[in-house]
Design a protein around this ligand. Sequence first.
Ligand code: ADE
Length: 287
Amino acid sequence: MTGEGGGRDDSQPHSQPHSQPHRQSYPQAGNAQVSRRPLGILAALPQELGDLIEAMRAESGVRTVTHGRRDYHLGTVHGAPCVVTLARVGKVAAAATVSALIHAFDVEAVVFTGVAGGVGDSVRVGDIVVANALLQHDMDASPLFARFEVPLLGMSRFAADAALAAQLAEACERFVAEEGAAAAARFGTREPRVHRGLIVSGDQFVASSAGVLALREALPDALAVEMEGAALAQVCHEYGVPCAVVRTISDTADDHAPSSFVSFLTEIAGAYSNAILARFLKARGAR
Ligand code: ADE
C-alpha cells in the first residue's frame, strides 16, 4: 500500500464490530473533506462496474491506493463518498478484497454489483436479483457438519443488510420503471423484473443443465448463482459490517451460459450497473 494508506497493527486486540486503524481522506467536489465513512463498492470484473470510476474522476477526482495487488479508488460519486475496487473472480478474491475494504479503508457498508446465472424458475436473462441472503453452494463438510454450513460458525445463510438491500432494490425498481422498456428494446432482452431472495455462490461457473438442476434440487429457493457474494457476506457478518449484493442475470447457468455470459458482460452489464448505482448512490448521497 502507498504510504498514506496501510499499516494495520495486527498485534492489537480487535474490538467488535471491527477496529478502525486509520482514516483515509476522500476527494470530494469542491475540495472539502468528507467526514462520513465511505461506502465500499466492488465487482469481480471491470465491465461489471460500468463507468463508476470515470464518473468519480469527473465529480471529485480519484485517489488510487494499491493494496494487496488491487487498486482502491477513493472519491465521491453521485454525491456519496466511496471506495471502488475490483475483487476479481471467486470467493477467496472477494473475501480478501472486502477484508481490505473494512480494515484499510474503514468502509461503513459494502455493495457488490455484477452479473449472475439465473437459477429460479421465473428468473430470466436481463432480470435483476437483489440478495436477501447468501449461501456458499460448494461448502460441504458433511458428515461432520450439515451440507452448506460454514464449520464452526454454525451458519449457512448470511443475511444482507435489510435497509441497504431495500435501498438497492428501490434503485432497481426505479431503473426498471424509468428505463426498463428502453433497455429491453436496446438489448433484445425481456423487460427486466426485480427479484429478491437467495443468491448462492461457489468457485465454479455453472454451465450445464445438469449443474443448474442440481442447484435447484438442493436449494429450491435459490434465485441466482455467482462466485463471490456469499464470501463477502460471511466476512461482513463476522465484522458486523452491513452488506448488499445486486446481480443482473447474464445467463441461465445451462449449456448456453458461456456465450450468453460473454455477450451480456460485454454489451449490457455496464449499462445496467451504471443505471442502478447512479440511482442508489444519489439517494444515499442525499441522506
Ligand atoms: N456469473 C454469471 N453467470 C454465472 C454462472 N452461470 N455461474 C457462476 N457464476 C456466474
